[in-house]
Design a protein around this ligand. Structure first.
Ligand code: PLP
Length: 414
């Protein structure tokens, strides 16, 4: 297996580590080796400071207040929308809808766009390696509408069988929903090519970028997608905030998803008219402070440079792969030629939860389970896998400790 090719750029990992207070805390009396960033990333001090500031002296509601605190909070909130738009290469802030996370963003598209555009006999195409968040909303929609859910298969390496794509795209395919990077396997998917073929067939494309944003450059124009979703908490930002990017003409054609305050123009008992996009999709008081915190997280990532982050990730992935290959009885799930950030594996004769528990005693945090991707587990014929996921604050030392911990597991369970 080879990691995604990326230029070698010296990465200031020790300086980055100093930005993350969580890394100063011991786990089980040992320094923390945090290898679960695919689940949620740690937070740098600048994000914690923003959150404290905007829940503290700068706290105010947005959009409604006519007083200074509220005006300033509104400016910071809308400023974060502009930062997200620039980060994604979107035309402008009008393309950015704030949601609770990736899951809510995908549900928004399925409910609003899907309910009005998908009819009986239509088809939605997902891939064999999607997170449940990019399967279940489409299943619900298909069930409601009498539409069909198709699946683009993958091979034993965890790579999409692209030669099967043309046969799965037909004139009834309304949307292709694909993860940029698989959370269970680490596969980097050929999103641009999928989007090209989908558009030729007249389908729209939604990219689940939950794992992509913290590992690779995401440019919606370059990817050619119609929708893109991600979560703030996987991008060093707060929990409870996420983003839906949508092409303007598509968002504008979509009806509201939820009703309430902030998403209206006028309300009478007879009739309600709705606000412009993106407010039409942001009913109720938003996660004000979390959105502003996400803006700070994006500033932080941009300062580090996404290409430098990608190179650091590739270097660690290659190193970790070599180390883990030497562990007796270990086999990887996911050996794609283009991978990022994830080492998922099983150890013969040892349940992944036992691996996780032994490593926990060593101060090493990994994830063990189905990773909300049960079809991937079914494909590989396992109930669960162990997953070490990499981020900007990980070092070769973390991976050396992981390998040493796994040797302990092997010794204990053999
Ligand atoms: N999609 C992928 C690829 C993910 O990895 C995750 C979370 O692990 C999600 C979607 C769901 O994200 P959230 O739970 O933040 O909505």
């Amino acid at each position: 297996m080879t990691a995604t090719a990326a230029p070698r750029i010296a990465f200031p990992v020790e300086r980055v580590r100093a930005d993350f207070p969580s890394l100063a805390v011991a786990m089980r009396g040992k320094p923390l080796a945090y290898l679960d960033s695919a689940a949620t990333s740690l937070k740098p001090r600048c994000v914690l400071d923003t959150v404290a500031e905007y829940y503290g002296p700068k706290y105010g509601t947005v959009r409604r207040g006519v007083y200074g605190l509220s005006e300033k909070a509104t400016a910071a909130f809308e400023g974060a929308r502009e930062k997200v738009a620039r980060f994604l290469g979107a035309p402008g802030p009008g393309n950015i809808v704030f949601t609770k996370g990736t899951t809510e963003a995908i549900n928004l598209v399925a409910s609003s766009w899907g309910r009005t555009r998908v009819q009986a006999g239509d088809r939605i195409l997902v891939t064999a390696m999607e997170h449940h968040a990019n399967i279940v909303p489409w299943q619900l929609l298909c069930r409601e509408k009498g539409a069909h859910l198709d699946v683009l298969p993958m091979n034993a390496a965890g790579e999409l069988e692209m030669e099967r794509l043309p046969g799965l795209l037909d004139r009834r395919t309304r949307l292709v929903a694909v993860a940029g990077i698989s959370n269970a396997l680490g596969t980097v998917n050929p999103v641009r090519e999928i989007a090209r073929q989908a558009h030729e067939a007249g389908a729209l494309v939604l990219v689940d970028a939950a794992q992509m944003v913290a590992h690779a450059r995401v440019d919606v124009a370059d990817l050619g997608c119609d929708f893109l979703a991600f979560s703030g908490h996987k991008l060093f930002g707060p929990c409870g905030v996420g983003v839906l990017y949508g092409k303007a003409e598509i968002l504008e054609s979509m009806p509201p998803y939820q009703g309430g305050g902030d998403m209206i123009q006028t309300v009478t008992f007879e009739k309600t008219t709705f606000a412009e996009v993106p407010r039409r999709f942001e009913a109720g008081t938003p996660a004000i402070v979390e959105v502003i915190g996400l803006g700070t997280a994006i500033d932080y990532v941009r300062r580090l440079g996404i290409d430098a982050i990608g190179a650091h990730d590739a270097e660690l992935l290659e190193y970790g792969t070599r180390l883990l290959e030497e562990i007796p009885g270990l086999s990887f799930t996911g050996t794609a030629r283009r991978k990022a950030g994830i080492l998922a594996f099983v150890l013969s004769g040892v349940h992944p939860h036992d691996i996780g528990s032994v490593l926990d005693q060593e101060g090493i945090a990994i994830r063990a389970g189905h990773h909300c991707a049960q079809p991937v587990m079914q494909f590989f014929g396992v109930a669960a896998t162990a997953r070490a996921s990499l981020s900007i604050y990980n070092t070769r030392d973390d991976l050396d400790r992981l390998a040493a911990g796994l040797r302990k597991v092997v010794a204990l369970f053999r």
